[in-house]
Design a protein around this ligand. Structure first.
Ligand code: PGA
Length: 244
């Protein structure tokens, strides 16, 4: 159950959030909880989450370890703060920062090298869905970005299926639509990495997940978890999602 705060909250807000959130998820042992605040709040989040089962992730990384790359943050830096996860190629990164499938591969490898668990995002745009290209897009994203990973690298990633038309729009994919897309992704995984790896890889659904719809999404066998944007900003609503 992962939350992506995007470009919201300060370090002070982060502390206030954890004070409310942690008691609400205390004792939840059968699911992994990850929160991904903006870079300047990672340290506060890691310190607040200490001793709890909540893990902290970043929302992006650069693939180099260090260097003259103004404005970027590397995997080892994120790991050094105490993060365990990093989101890669969120659709907003693909859209506003032109991240390519090549970036996906480079960033995923860099994250693993820095001992971070990558949450790699894929998903089609509205126009692509409406023109019947969902399957092609998902297969191309998989083959282009994830396919080049080594099998032992693939075994360590989490995939997030986030249809762009469902992100922040209030339009959730129906559990059936999400399930169908997850199946396509898993089939690509089977083709490239084999039966066992495909069965084991966790695929999260993301796009307008709310306390009201999480249960029906999680009821689908293909859906292993959720990546939550807007509804993760409120501690009560994210706790309700975690505790679905
Ligand atoms: P949303 O965002 O839950 O606000 O739709 C999901 C995401 O972009 O990860």
């Amino acid at each position: 159950m992962a939350g992506n705060w995007k470009m919201y909250k300060t370090a002070k807000d982060t502390r206030a959030y954890f004070a409310k959130f942690l008691p609400l998820v205390n004792g939840v042992a059968d699911r992994e909880i990850v929160l991904c605040p903006p870079f300047p709040n990672l340290e506060a989040a890691v310190s607040e989450a200490q001793g709890s089962q909540v893990k902290i992730g970043a929302q992006n990384l650069y693939w180099g370890k260090e260097g003259a790359v103004t404005g970027e943050v590397s995997g080892p830096m994120i790991h050094a703060v105490g993060c365990t996860h990093v989101i890669i190629a969120h659709s907003e990164r693909r859209e506003y920062f032109n991240e390519s499938e090549e970036d996906v591969t480079r960033k995923t490898k860099a994250a693993l090298e820095a001992q971070l668990n990558p949450i790699v995002c894929v998903g089609e745009r509205l126009g692509e869905r409406e023109s019947g290209q969902t399957e092609r897009v998902l297969r191309e994203q998989f083959q282009g970005g994830i396919g080049p990973l080594a099998p032992e690298e693939f075994a360590q990633i989490v995939i997030a299926y986030e249809p762009v038309w469902a992100i922040g729009t209030g339009k959730t994919a129906t559990p059936e639509i999400a399930e169908e897309a997850h199946r396509m992704i898993r089939e690509e995984a089977r083709r490239r990495f084999g039966e066992d790896a495909a069965a084991k890889v966790r695929i999260l659904y993301g796009g307008s997940v709310k306390p009201e719809n999480v249960k029906s999404l999680m009821a689908k066998e293909e859906i292993d978890g959720v990546l939550v944007g807007g509804a993760s900003l409120d501690p009560q609503s994210f706790a309700a999602i975690v505790n679905f």
